[in-house]
Design a protein around this ligand. Structure first.
Ligand code: SF4
Ligand code: SF4
Length: 661
């Protein structure tokens, strides 16, 4: 990997950063340079859960000898810290999901008049999984029952969350054996906070098992619920063409950017922005039209359903404002840097907070309420139009952009492998079994100013596909790939190994599939479950030739995601320093012990080359254990012209029905 020190590995971002430096405008990149992480907290060796502390468990033989004032050991403290991160991450995804459930309920009862059920087929699919009768019933009645059933996942005191049963049987058995099937999402979060408070659970393994239980409540609970309801309300994604990077902003139109995570208001803004009255209003202010863009996970939501272009991920939020072209930026919850409010004062951008849960001093607050969604969306669009007239010439005015293809839902991936009537995962499993595809990697998580931002994503994306590894990407990982021009089928021609390229060409897909926002990591869980059910690979999620990587993670949500993948049977590799790196015992539990029990693990590895090697090693060992053909680099390239035509025709016949849709 190119180790040349820069702040962002994205060229356009780097130019904006340089422009900012020349104009004495500070961003997270300078702040990260100035503010080095505390080496004690960074490795999880600091406890501040009571006021006898904070206690720093450091020094020679700290693992065995260091004690807090209460007598807590280093493994206890490190495990407690991690469990609290999981609880916070789970709370974030699942509170977002709760709002989606309440929006579905309000839609079904007619209280949220501006919304409707868009994907009835998906509603029925979900109702079927939940055991809710749907045939011959009014759509809204079914939707109401689905919403009420999901609300039980926030209140049931005993039993199991609804979607635990979606995991392969063997995966469920492992969870039951170790007592980590969640009862309800809120209960596991509350118990995580209780167990980690002063004087409660002190056994690191016992603490971490509850961490996994809480994480499963995120992946197979909150996140999966959010994905499904968002599909029901706004449509299940299918591939769309769009654009990415700062060049999506237009000089002569009102640029309104939706940033954050929850999709409901953003959906309404998309709808409202094309209303003739709104366009006329923009024109009355001197603009030629209204141009919507997205940022972070809200961007992923509206990108994959409407082709709204994305300005990128987490570290692009300040840089977007510094183009000088953003007239208004709406934010709701999660991953919103408070710095944007102060920064916006140097430009003309209006920052609009919209969630009752999140305000930033000096930002305009227009509170979202699903009962008045259209009215509020219009107010926001008008405010952006009004502000167009205040646009100044200051700003970097960067114009780079790349095409992207995004929106590969579980349903679409299934469909593209056999059409509506023969949808399956057979061709994908076969390609893996034959060694055309070596394995699958979920490349996810944040981008981070503490490394050349987006650089490790780019490095791993190109190296993995070169090694015939199919990538599924979500969150800011997919934004990193999109703003680098990697989310196109042409990427397969240029960079993919010959076996992977052959499959991509036959099916007509890019080698990096954009699956959506961070909550849509749940799509990877259901895809893996379907692959297990399809047969020929592992009969559970554990043991699949698949790995999860979050190379530039920063959020507690990423930790929750990593842990639910590990609990589900996926080895996971995170970049950067380990937040439990101070404790050998906790590190051993999260790698060796978890692997033995669940076939998943959680590693922290700062070196990108070692991350790649570890991922390929896991994949090859899984292939060997499954007695699949040994992966041979270049094998299918050599056979490319001589490829068995019958096999090729079979693959194409299975795949082609989607082309042109
Ligand atoms: S709980 Fe124990 S280790 Fe933690 S701050 Fe209090 S005294 Fe220190
Ligand atoms: S990937 Fe990380 S930075 Fe991006 S939206 Fe998700 S949690 Fe936030």
């Amino acid at each position: 990997m190119d180790k040349h020190i820069m702040k962002s590995a994205n060229e356009a971002a780097e130019r904006i950063i340089e422009w900012g430096e020349a104009h004495k405008i500070e961003t997270c990149f300078e702040r990260a340079e100035k503010l080095k992480p505390c080496p004690i907290g960074e490795k999880g060796a600091c406890c501040k859960v009571c006021h006898m502390g904070p206690c720093r468990l450091v020094g020679k033989n700290a693992e065995e000898e260091a004690r807090g004032v209460c007598g807590a050991t280093l493994p206890t403290v490190a495990a407690r810290n991690l469990v609290r991160m999981i609880a916070a991450g789970t709370a974030a995804h699942s509170d977002h999901a709760r709002d989606m459930v309440l929006t579905l309920l309000a839609t079904a009862t007619g209280e949220a008049k501006d919304f409707q059920i868009t994907d009835v087929r998906k509603l029925y699919r979900v109702a079927g999984i939940l055991g809710i009768e749907f045939e011959g019933r009014p759509v809204n009645d079914v939707a109401k029952d689905v919403a009420l059933r999901f609300l039980e996942d926030y209140s049931r005191q005993k039993g199991e969350i609804n979607y635990a049963k979606r995991a392969p049987k063997k995966t469920q058995e492992r969870w039951r054996k170790w007592g980590i099937v969640p009862r309800n999402i809120d209960r596991e979060i509350a118990e995580a906070m209780h167990r980690t408070s002063v004087g409660v659970d002190h056994d690191p393994d016992h603490l971490l098992l509850h961490g996994l239980k809480t994480a499963i409540a995120d992946g197979w609970g909150g996140s999966m619920i959010s994905t499904d309801i968002t599909d029901i309300l706004f449509g299940t994604p299918r591939p769309v063409k769009a654009e990415a990077s700062f060049g999506i902003f237009k000089e002569d139109e009102v640029n309104l950017v939706v940033h954050g995570h929850e999709p409901s208001l953003a959906e309404m803004i998309v709808d409202v922005a094309s209303e003739p009255e709104m366009i006329a209003y923009a024109k009355s202010k001197g603009a030629k039209g209204i141009n919507l863009g997205g940022m972070c996970c809200t961007a992923n939501e509206v990108l994959m359903r409407h082709g709204i272009p994305t300005a990128g991920g987490f570290t692009n939020q300040e840089l977007g404002i510094m183009t000088g072209l953003v007239d208004a930026l709406t934010v709701d919850v999660q991953c919103i840097m408070p710095a944007i409010a102060e920064l916006s004062k140097k430009f003309h951008t209006k920052i609009i907070t919209t969630s009752e849960k999140a305000k930033i001093p000096s930002a305009v607050h227009i509170e979202y309420d699903e009962h008045r969604a259209r009215e509020i969306a219009r107010e926001i669009v008008k405010l952006a139009c009004d502000n167009y007239q205040n646009r100044k010439t200051e700003g970097s005015h960067i114009t780079d952009k790349f095409p992207v293809v995004a929106g590969f839902s579980h349903e679409y991936i299934e469909y593209m492998q056999g059409g509506r009537w023969r949808a399956s995962f057979r061709p994908l499993n076969d390609a893996i079994m034959a060694g055309r595809i070596r394995g699958v990697v979920g490349l996810a998580g944040c981008d981070n100013p503490r490394v050349p931002s987006t650089g490790i994503h780019k490095y791993l994306a190109t190296e993995l596909i070169k090694n015939d590894v199919l990538i599924v990407s979500t969150g800011c990982g997919s934004a990193a790939c999109g703003t680098a021009g990697y989310l196109t089928p042409e990427m397969a021609l240029e960079h993919a190994g010959p076996g992977l390229r052959e499959v991509c060409e036959a099916i007509g897909i890019p080698p990096i599939l954009h699956l959506g926002a961070c909550v849509d990591n749940s799509r990877i869980l259901t895809i893996l479950s379907a692959m297990a059910e399809e047969g020929g690979l592992s009969d559970e999620i554990g043991g699949m030739p698949g790995v999860g990587i979050a190379p530039e993670w920063m959020s507690e949500k990423a930790i929750a995601i990593g842990c639910y993948f590990a609990a589900s049977g996926v080895p996971v590799i995170f970049g950067g320093e380990s937040p439990v790196g101070s404790s050998e015992e906790v590190t051993r539990i999260m790698t060796e012990v978890w692997y033995e029990r669940f076939k998943g693990a959680m590693h922290f590895e700062p070196d990108p080359e070692k991350m790649l090697a570890l991922a390929l090693d896991y994949i090859d060992k899984a292939r060997e254990a499954l007695k699949l053909k040994k992966y041979e680099p270049g094998k299918f390239g050599a056979e490319r012209v001589l490829m068995d035509m019958a096999a090729r025709r079979e693959l194409e016949r299975a795949a082609k029905p989607h082309i042109g849709l």
